[in-house]
Design a protein around this ligand. Structure first.
Ligand SMILES: NC(=O)c1ccc[n+]([C@@H]2O[C@H](COP(=O)([O-])OP(=O)(O)OC[C@H]3O[C@@H](n4cnc5c(N)ncnc54)[C@H](OP(=O)(O)O)[C@@H]3O)[C@@H](O)[C@H]2O)c1
Length: 245
């Protein structure tokens, strides 16, 4: 069988993750994924999407089981890319922003387990395979990690700011392994994560529209290809220019 590159991607069942799986698969990569739900039925027919492992990456035991299962599939072979995409952005049911003075503090831990600790633990867990391939990691951060956002809450925004910082830290350490680490920071992308009120933000977006999951998956894929060989520790904004204002 001809050699194909392999990607491990988290949060594949819908949204940006689902579009990113499709992009890698269309480019001929073998795709290994996880999320808490099974993948949609029609996606099971994709021959490149070889493995989907049901796991809760916010739970340390389930996370460890996922890493072990994916590494068994890799069989000590190379891993060309790790995309840390799964994330959670809790909202109140009554249009009040979850800030620092309201909401349950335990909720912050839940957000940090998935949005920050999972990318860290997965980077460690797949370091050997990534080093074998001289591969790449892409962390999905957020515009909300760079300025106070009207809808995204404080736990989410600070966890994403920390993930931007983690990207820097990883980039320098993983460079010694020949592995590049970058981040992609989406703005307002049309997925289940968006608040229904998000359309009011469109006038604040210079390109005057919401983004699509494919707008994000395009740059995630490119960052994992060898032509990006000199780019590490960068964070690319996919915001239609919203981060400039
Ligand atoms: N949409 C935006 O505008 C936007 C903006 C900035 C940043 N982002 C970031 O982009 C990434 C993807 O967002 P999205 O909008 O595509 O979100 P989404 O539509 O809510 O999808 C999230 C994905 O993550 C998975 N997931 C959630 N919790 C998980 C857990 N505990 N363990 C494993 N998988 C889990 C979900 O699957 P299951 O429910 O099956 O587990 C789903 O596949 C996130 O990191 C998000 O913070 C999004």
């Amino acid at each position: 069988m001809p050699h194909r590159p392999t990607v491990v991607l988290t949060g594949a069942s819908r949204g940006i993750g689902h579009a990113t799986v499709k992009r890698f698969s269309d480019e001929g990569w073998r795709v290994i994924t996880c999320s808490r739900e099974e993948v949609p039925e029609h996606c099971r027919r994709d021959p490149n999407w070889t493995h989907h492992i049901v796991a809760d990456l916010g739970d340390p035991e389930s996370r460890a089981a996922f890493i072990a299962a994916a590494n068994r599939i890799l069989e000590n072979g190379p891993l060309h890319a790790l995309v840390n995409n799964a994330g959670v952005s809790p909202k109140t049911p009554f249009k009040e922003r979850l800030g620092c003075l309201n909401g349950d503090i335990a909720g912050w831990r839940t957000v940090y387990e998935l949005n920050l600790f999972a990318p860290l633990v997965l980077a460690r867990g797949f370091a050997a395979g990534l080093a074998r391939a001289k591969g790449a990691i892409v962390n999905i951060t957020s515009i909300a990690g760079h300025a106070v956002h009207p809808f995204a809450g404080s736990a989410y925004s600070t966890s994403k700011a920390a993930l931007s910082g983690l990207t820097r830290e990883l980039a320098v350490e993983f460079a010694q392994l020949g592995v590049r680490v970058n981040a992609v920071a989406p703005g307002e992308i049309e997925t289940a994560m968006l608040s229904p009120e998000t359309e009011v933000l469109i006038p604040r977006i210079p390109l005057n529209r919401l983004g699509s999951p494919e707008d994000v998956s395009a740059i995630v894929f490119r960052l994992c290809t060898p032509e990006m060989a000199y780019i590490t520790g960068s964070e690319i904004f996919v915001t239609g220019g919203q981060h400039l204002l």
